[in-house]
Design a protein around this ligand. Structure first.
Ligand code: GDP
Ligand code: MG
Length: 488
């Protein structure tokens, strides 16, 4: 019988149990440690050459550091008896280390590549920091507007998007801004200039600033630019208004509409907030831009020596401008120097020719055609020129903004059409646009598809009976994106 001291567990197939397996592994582990691992450990000097297992055991209990063979000193961290043995083991392990290292590298590479980019993380943390800051201190973005750096403009021109708007039109304004940003301005971050005859509310400022990609600025209109001048006979104004109302003329009874038309005709471009700009794009609340604009129209106009850009053209209500043409003729008689050769007189007067060098008068009957000014991309310097300043002052003295209901659209159109050669006026046929109740859509395949337009090419005001664009095409030629109706 085995004595307890030399007892060894045996693998007994017939008597297989948990205890037997456990004892088997425990015994194997002890054998491995004593036979295989212990001999690899450095041999303490006290034990070298004297080699008794009890001496060796007591040396391990000794707290003093083991003294090594001096030749093995550089490898003392390795549990090998000699340098050669250690190097042998290093060479054996090297391939495994290399293979493992390779996989670790590949793994970390893919993990790194799928990680968010540093700028994204920075931006996310900026947004978080800004929002957390604002909510902690109960501030709005506008409170910080003066403190935070203004968004960096990416477009190359001295240009601003301009909106004359009331606080009550906030939702329609946001709709226009959102669309303008999506379709164009997020690439360029041109600034937005908002103008109002009343102070903008914090709510208006906060929402519009939040929607704009560029910097925003808010201007209050001077009182004398939005009130009836002293030379105007108010009784006559009242009488004429009532007469126009009785004829159901649109906006006939609205004094604020008259102020708006006068302001857009003669003052917006003089607002101090616009002083630093050369170009503007007029945007109205509640309009739609149907297509991506894949170039900068300010740069386009500048590079092609253009001054005024439009999309739609139509007839004006006769009764609202009944004396405008006669006053314009008188003005030209006084200032023939402003009449441009090769102008657009043939667009305004059917059968007429453009003015020629040396002409001193204009004649004929005005056909009421004008560029629809709720969309304008133009050069502010033209409105600031001596020619236009004199024209506006002359018209303002006649009082037609109040006695009649002169709109800024025919006034801008007549000035651009008479003081500029036709080649400096551009029709943006590749821009899809809606200002209720009319819309137009680029007709050519390229503008429509590459611009990702959502308008139907059948809804096309351009050749509507009320549109003046066919006349423009006749005298100026068709622009890219214009054309007759096509089926979708
Ligand atoms: N601040 C301000 N803006 C106005 C006023 N009336 C009109 N507007 C703006 O002037 C532009 C033209 O007015 P709108 O009502 O659209 O005229 P419509 O396009 O001729 O029908 C729009 O941008 C309006 O927001 C007003 O009384 N105050
Ligand atoms: Mg409008």
């Amino acid at each position: 019988m085995d004595s307890p001291s030399n007892f060894r567990p045996r693998r007994d197939q017939s008597n297989f149990s948990f205890e037997s397996v456990r004892d088997y592994f425990w015994d194997s582990l002890k054998t491995l440690v004593s036979d295989r691992i212990m001999p690899l450990l450095p041999v303490p000097a006290s034990a070298s050459g004297q080699g008794s297992s009890s001496a060796s055991a007591s040396a391990y209990k000794d707290k003093a550091a083991p003294r090594m063979n001096p030749s093995a000193a550089p490898l003392m961290f390795l549990p090998y008896r000699s340098k050669a043995r250690a190097w042998q083991r290093v060479l054996q392990l090297a391939p495994f280390v290399l293979v493992l290292g390779f996989f670790a590298f590949v793994f970390s590479h893919f993990v790194y590549r799928s990680a968010p980019k540093r700028e994204t993380l920075n931006r996310a943390s900026d947004i978080y920091t800004e929002e957390a800051f604002l909510s902690t201190y109960g501030l709005t973005k506008q409170d910080l507007a003066g403190l935070l750096p203004a968004p960096r403009q990416l477009g190359q021109e001295k240009a601003s998007l301009v909106m004359l708007v009331r606080n009550s039109e906030l939702n329609d304004a946001l709709k226009s801004i959102r669309m303008m940003e999506d379709r164009f301005n997020h690439h360029y971050r041109y600034p937005w200039t908002f103008l109002n005859d009343e102070p903008f509310t914090p709510e208006f400022i906060n929402y519009t600033t939040g929607m704009a990609s560029g910097k925003t600025q808010y201007g209050l209109i001077e009182k004398d630019q939005w009130s009836i001048p002293t030379h105007i006979d108010q009784e006559k104004v009242q009488k004429n208004m009532e007469e126009m109302v009785s004829k159901n003329v649109i906006y006939a009874g609205s004094m604020s509409y008259r102020h708006m038309c006068r302001y857009n005709s003669g003052f917006f471009y003089r607002h101090p907030l616009l002083a630093e700009y050369d170009w503007y794009w007029r945007v109205e609340p509640g309009v739609e831009y149907f297509c991506d604009l894949q170039y900068d129209p300010f740069t386009f106009l500048k590079d092609h020596n253009k001054v005024y850009g439009f999309v739609m053209s139509m007839y004006e209500y006769d009764v609202t401008i009944s004396s405008l043409w006669d006053h314009t003729k008188d003005f030209i008689r006084d200032h023939p120097e402003y009449l441009a050769a090769d102008n657009s007189l043939d667009f305004f007067v059917d059968g007429h020719s453009p003015s020629r060098e040396g002409d001193t008068e204009i004649d004929g009957k005005y056909n009421l055609c004008h560029f629809w000014s709720n969309f304008e991309i133009a050069d502010l310097r033209f409105w600031r020129s001596k020619a236009y300043t004199d024209y506006f002052e002359y018209l303002d003295k006649q009082g037609g903004f109040f006695y009649e209901r002169w709109g800024d659209a025919p006034i801008h159109s007549l000035a651009a059409g008479l003081f500029l050669p036709k080649s400096q006026i551009h029709h943006f046929g590749d821009i899809g646009y809606r200002h209720p109740p009319y819309s137009r859509c680029p007709q050519d395949e390229e503008s429509h598809t590459s611009g990702r337009c959502y308008c139907s090419r059948k809804e096309h005001f351009d050749d509507d009976g009320y549109s003046c664009l066919p006349r423009w095409w006749k005298v100026a030629g068709q622009s890219f994106g214009s054309g007759i109706k096509k089926q979708d």
